[in-house]
Design a protein around this ligand. Sequence first.
Ligand code: GDP
Ligand code: MG
Length: 160
Amino acid sequence: FLPHLIASLEQVDQTYIMVKPDGVQRGLVGEIISRFEKKGFKLTGLKLFHCSKELAEEHYKDLNQKSFFPKLIDYITSGPVVSMAWEGVGVVASARKLIGATDPLQAEPGTIRGDFAVQTGRNIIHGSDSPENGKREIALWFKEGELCEWTPIQQPWLRE
Ligand code: GDP
Ligand code: MG
């Protein structure tokens, strides 16, 4: 009874994961989704679409003073992206580990960027950097009604 109560009080977080246009073009969508699925996180939102310049600029607004900002916006709007919302205990930090370092040459083998990319400007995937930004980015990229509440049948097999 007590451990169950403690487990249920654990903070469940949300993270915004996006396969960038190069990841879509290179046919890595399935591989990327598969890694988060196999880890045991819960998918709560998924869509493929071509995002606007305005949305890309809002998403990356903290970087708008950087010299690479215009290139970054061109890159993110250069083709369709796959937007995903994932949920779970510790999902934000864990997703960042699965993704690997921003510079793919520094990313460890076994991480998504470490396995599939070579350049920071073509690093195939985005993941939120804090639970607060996870919530903010999901609200930015998904409209009302696009997220799905559900209970995966595997849940009791993932957490005691
Ligand atoms: P992330 O959280 O690991 O994605 O890294 P940041 O938040 O620091 O940067 C956001 C994104 O901007 C990165 O994933 C890259 O796509 C891009 N970016 C960051 N630094 C550079 C850079 O020096 N040059 C270029 N071309 N793009 C960059
Ligand atoms: Mg970032």
